[in-house]
Design a protein around this ligand. Structure first.
Ligand code: FAD
Length: 216
């Protein structure tokens, strides 16, 4: 089921639970949390360039080459050169706080070309790389939060928050999912216990309404 939730999440809690026939709301809305809960989330814009890695125009690259972003150096300095699938190479790594525009290309946004030429200095075989088409560049917004990840149960509600993973959403996803599952069990269990005390229910387990539509 897909639906965009609008308004204040806590104020609309009962309505949303009824609409989705759920016991618990799991808020995984990334940057959307600003609107739903007033969360201090902001984008860390990034861009990826795709190149062919089939060993024809340059030697096939089989290992990842990564260097973490170094704040003390200034400017864009991270390195992220990663083989993907059978024949693709991902060159990525802009980190641009507060930037929302994702309509960037190699031609209309010089920092992407600069990133590419920085990588060509780092790994000279990339000067012969044939860039992929469709897409050549993908731009994404990492959903950061000023004070880091929020993963908690909002007291007095049946809402579990899981937002603000910034640049590490994939890395953290297993642990966060496990903790969300635990909290859903606790919050949903309380609800079900309350229902059983008050009136009959045939719900054996907590059913979450998960506010999120896709994985990146
Ligand atoms: C350029 C880039 C580089 C990255 N690099 C790394 C990396 O090196 N390591 C790593 O681990 N991860 C990396 N990631 C992954 C990144 O950390 C994850 O994309 C991010 O953490 C995913 O977070 P999320 O699921 O909370 O948010 P999102 O993927 O943004 O999902 C939020 C979902 O909520 C939905 N939503 C928002 N508002 C509402 C609403 N009002 N009602 C209903 N639904 C709503 C949205 O439609 C969306 O589907 C990178 C991502 C990008 C873009």
């Amino acid at each position: 089921m897909r639906a965009r939730i609008e308004g204040d999440l806590a104020e609309r809690e009962d309505e949303i639970l009824a609409e989705f026939d759920a016991d618990v709301i799991v808020n995984c809305t990334g940057l959307g949390a600003a609107e739903l809960t007033g969360e201090s989330v902001y984008p860390l814009r990034g861009a990826l360039v795709y190149a062919h890695n089939d060993g024809t125009r340059m030697p096939r690259i089989n290992s990842a080459h990564c260097m973490a972003y170094d704040e003390s150096v200034g400017g864009q300095n991270m390195v992220f050169i990663v083989p993907r699938g059978a024949n693709l190479l991902v060159l990525g790594g802009l980190v641009e706080p507060g930037e929302w525009n994702t309509e960037l290309t190699l031609d209309n946004y010089p920092p992407i070309r600069q990133m590419l030429s920085r990588y060509q200095d780092f790994l000279p075989v990339l000067r012969d790389a044939r860039l992929a088409t469709n897409p050549t560049v993908r731009v994404g917004l990492r959903p950061a939060r000023t004070s880091g990840v929020r993963l908690d149960h909002q007291p007095g509600t049946r809402i579990v928050h899981n937002v603000g993973h910034g640049s590490s959403g994939v890395t953290l996803s297993w642990g966060c999912a496990k903790e969300v599952t635990r909290l859903v069990g606790v919050v949903g269990g309380q609800r079900i216990a309350g229902q059983r005390a008050g009136r009959c229910t045939d719900r054996p387990e907590a059913r979450p309404a998960i506010l999120s539509a896709s994985a990146s």
